[in-house]
Design a protein around this ligand. Structure first.
Ligand code: C2E
Ligand code: CA
Ligand code: CA
Ligand code: CA
Length: 288
């Protein structure tokens, strides 16, 4: 019934609209509704797949883990970006079932790669605020880890700063429970939210993930250099791990290395790859 109301609203705007802005708005609304409708028709196993981007230890250059990034293969539109459909799934509630599928698929895959390499690989899974704060989230995660016979520290959960502002006490409960089990908690896009740094003290975090916008041109952009240097120093003094995302150039990597950043991720190492390709490039060569 929600979407019918929204459709009515879109039509009203369409008929009454006399300026470009209204048409633009109606068009966007129409597109959103279409995509929302298509999303409801999907079957996760058939229409979705995960890609994996390696997380590299910058000192040893070894593969330490990978971030799982979801993809939707749309029958007409081809690949739809998660930037588009995750927000839709968050709004219509599908993020809960989708998130469960993502977690299960990522852990299933990780189990195989751990067996193949004999390395304690860690998979990072992005979790939306509504997912993190949903009923039984912790139980769901634990049972998924057990189902795939993994250790808790084979899983890292990436959350954004905003969730720690939304419902402070529930968020703290959930994060504490996850951490107590041994699951790693990383703050994604660190430094881009509007939250204060006070949460670094209040929440049981494991890792800061330096946003790509700060990593870009770190070798020649003085502002970025200072921000990244400060985040790395902050993470060290607070006993947090630190990972840089969006490393695209050797010059950027050199500076991050020199600043003592532990882990890195980015096109310089690899773009996100489908499981089979990831396996060929990053797993096969580590085989025991
Ligand atoms: P994110 O979690 O910040 O993911 C990083 C994004 O940057 C990914 O885009 C990745 O492909 C891209 N990226 C990685 N390295 C580089 C680089 O060196 N240069 C550039 N220019 N980009 C790089 P992607 O896969 O399109 O995902 C976009 C966003 O969608 C993610 O941002 C995340 O917020 C969301 N997302 C993706 N997968 C999931 C998921 O499984 N669950 C949830 N809740 N959100 C997801
Ligand atoms: Ca992420
Ligand atoms: Ca990020
Ligand atoms: Ca992001």
């Amino acid at each position: 019934k929600n979407s019918t109301a929204a459709l009515g609203e879109a039509q009203k705007i369409n008929y009454e609209g006399i300026n470009h802005f209204d048409h633009e708005l109606a068009y966007r609304e129409q597109k959103w509704l279409q995509l929302e409708n298509d999303l409801r028709q999907t079957n996760f196993d058939e229409d979705f797949f995960l890609t994996y981007q390696p997380k590299i230890n910058l000192e040893t250059k070894k593969l330490e883990g990978m971030e799982a990034l979801v993809r939707w293969r749309h029958p007409q539109k081809g690949l739809v970006s998660p930037i588009e459909f995750i927000s839709i799934a968050e709004e219509n509630g599908m993020i809960l079932s989708m998130g469960e599928w993502i977690l299960d698929d990522a852990l299933k895959q990780t189990r195989r790669w751990i067996e193949q390499t004999g390395e304690p690989l860690q998979v990072a899974v992005n979790v939306s605020p509504s997912q993190l704060l949903s009923a039984n989230f912790v139980d769901l995660v634990i049972s998924c880890i057990n189902r795939h016979k993994l250790a808790a520290n084979n899983l890292e959960i990436e959350i954004t700063e905003e969730v720690m502002v939304e419902d402070t006490s529930l968020c703290n409960q959930v994060l504490s429970a996850l951490r107590e089990k041994g699951i790693s908690i990383a703050i994604d896009d660190f430094g881009t939210g509007y939250s204060s740094l006070a949460y670094l003290n209040r929440f049981p975090l494991s890792k800061l993930k330096i946003d790509r916008s700060f990593v870009t041109n770190i070798h020649c952009n003085e502002g970025n250099y200072e921000i990244v240097r400060t985040i790395i120093a902050l993470s060290k003094s607070m006993n947090l791990e630190v990972v840089a995302e969006g490393i695209e150039a050797q010059d950027e990597l050199d500076v991050l290395n020199q600043l003592g950043c532990q882990q890195g991720q980015g096109y310089l190492f690899s773009k996100p790859l489908e499981a089979a390709e990831f396996e060929k490039i990053f797993i096969a060569r580590q085989k025991v």
